[in-house]
Ligand binder design. Sequence first.
Ligand code: BES
Ligand code: ZN
Length: 859
Amino acid sequence: LWESHPSPSRAGFLLYIPPNPVLWYFNPIPPFLWEIHSFSSLPPFREPKPSSPLSLLFSRLTENCHFFLVLMEFLLQVKNATNQIVMNCADIDIITASYAPEGDEEVHATGFNYQNEDEKVTLSFPSTLQKGTGTLKIDFVGELNDKMKGFYRSKYSTPSGDTRYAAVTQFEATDARRAFPCWDEPAIKATFDISLVVPKDRVALSNMNVVERRPYPDDESLVEVKFARSPVMSTYLVAFVVGEYDFVEARSQDGVLVRVYTPVGKAEQGKFALEVAAKTLPFYKDYFNVPYPLPKIDLIAIADFAAGAMENWGLVTYRETALLIDPKNSCSSSRQWVALVVGHELAHQWFGNLVTMEWWTHLWLNEGFASWIEYLCVDHCFPEYDIWTQFVSADYTRAQELDALDNSHPIEVSVGHPSEVDEIFDAISYSKGASVIRMLHDYIGDEDFRKGMNLYLTKFQQRNAATEDLWESLEKASGKPIAAVMNTWTKQMGFPLIYVEAEQQEDDKVLKLVQKKFCASGPYTGEDFPMWMVPISICTSEDPTCAKMQILMDKPELTVVLKDTKPEQWVKLNLGTVGFYRTQYSPAMLESLIPAIRDLSLPPVDRLGLQNDLFSLVSPATGEPAARWEHPALCHSPSPALGGARILLRTPKGCSISLDVGIPPQLHTNCCISKSVMGLFLLSSQVYVTVLKHGDSSTLDTMLKLHKQADMQEEKNRIERVLGAISQPELIQKVLTFALSEEVRPQDTVSVIGGVAGGSKQGRKAAWKFVRDNWEELYNRYQGGFLISRLIKLTVDGFANDKMAAEVKAFFESHPAPSAERTVQQCCENILLNAAWLRRDADSIQHFLQQRRAPPAPV
Ligand code: BES
Ligand code: ZN
């Protein structure tokens, strides 16, 4: 064992294996052979053909033993004779490997050459493996790590206060290779038969339903749990969980058993998600006209969890805050969040799991689509939420802000190394992806869109597809030039600004439209002239909710005639803020819209869109006068875009006004987007912020005590996010130290530090220093994953002086974070933009706010 193992640095590791380990069985079985396409160093030994079981054996997991031992078998086909097999493999130590050609004797591999950088291992055999099928057996040890990726341990407390660990998986994007050597690519699908040997009193779950549970022969404290064979699926969707949980269950209308697993004693808190899931499954079945293919689906809350949720087929894992609702204490925004996340992950069961992207370049297909349809689903289940308005104020706005930067990227982006894959789980893939699908759905119409989805899902089920494949199906269903239109949105970055002016010609209005790339850094000056095919809807005051005309703008300039449109009628583009573009109206057209903004006859999403566009046009880049701040269109609309104004309020001048002034009062009164949005107002957060802002060390201690006592993670998170509102420097330090303490779940450290950075001007500086001082620990904690990008953005994005941009850039040059490279560039660009904006507008904004200073509160 020892000698065949080429990695002496891991010697200590092997010593932990019990001499006679009790094994967990784990048997993934591929009816298709593993197929590799993009690892050039791999020998060509695969071809997609039916094959027989592959099995893995896991060692027993005890609470103190953070290692697992696995024996596994793959059946594969050697396509060309070779004496090497290359597989993905990371943080795993292979003990033995052998290959047995069908009907022949097995040959033991004599060398395991780990290419750590590439996360691969090469198994070398003493003789040539001939063409044909055979069984590859590997036994190995891995670590049940604490990095929230691969096969990891998640810490939880029992109701009596003991600390325990659950064993949990998170494989997307490229971490199945940390749990077992495999060909870890989305297009290499197999079926899996999984068995686990676990302590009798633990819950053991996997993608499929349990088919057998029997005592483990060698140890009566253990049971062997065998799961049914999975459908053909990608490695990133494999999952298993072992721990202590309670559950609630229901059967959906279409007969699928749905369970929501919660921490022990909290089953009640799973009921809301259960209701959502039970409604959602039939909704998707009906929408896609494709049934959910598994007999069960489990949704489980995991204590330590890096993402929000993960769509493992049949076993969806969630952060506690994305799944659990306390009927008495949870706020309505938590309910909405749970509904959206459940809607999102269940959509992936079809779109992603049944049909999977060919390669990570098409990740956006998965995530953009799910991020759109989650709203459709929530709108269906809870029409009272008015959820689409929130789509515009959250996803659409965020996507446009990011995509206006020179350092944005096209939706479809070529990726190779795992760090590049991590990097694209960003607002472009999610929010811009969702926004362009929303625009496309509107352009095609629901009926044809559904037809196209059904074509796509049935044609590619159990297989992989690329962006073009979806376009082809939608084109077939709609007869519209989908690929031509959509390529302009997914293959080039950015989006257009559409200038529009109107001229009255008797009873008609003649509109002149011109499109140009919208840039946050100023009018586009590139040599090329990027152009989009833009579906544009136009409405008039005759009916603000119905398009009078729909066109496809497929050239840089276009003239359209709006028949029977009287001089007194206003004209507005982008009905419902569905098109992914900004509009710049001629002064006269904008002026004519003011009454409809004032009397709220223009629907909330339209006012929101107008306000976003106008707000983006007052930035210094566009050269618009700062006086636009005063424009009624900006002041009489809902206020999310004014989030950006906070940056300016944090400046030396702004500080003297401070957020006490808040948003001008008329914004509040007029921003009633809908009752439900107002209902979301997080009263307790606002109270905490106000108390902390004026508080001292005993206030902070009280908040920390409340945090400790809080039973729900939702409340803990609420407190964590606002602690940064505290003002005194030494208390800010205390909050930052708390962020890295045992009291805060590893994934939530990011929001505590982010809260400090966003809480005050001195907080931002302190948070940035803290990140620099603790860089190694933070980087190591998240292993460079996507949480590191979030941390960086939350910490530095709001700086507003040129020097800071240089400082941030220099820091990351000497402390590289490959998966956050683009985020760093985007932040530096934003800092410079903030600084330019501040230089130009600080005085006029101060003036604007002072005029609107809220009257002193009555004593
Ligand atoms: N597939 C992702 C989970 C994921 C995210 C895996 C990042 C690896 C890296 C999942 O479907 C997802 O998108 N989750 C979101 C929540 C969703 C409601 C937007 C998340 O984790 O933020
Ligand atoms: Zn997703």
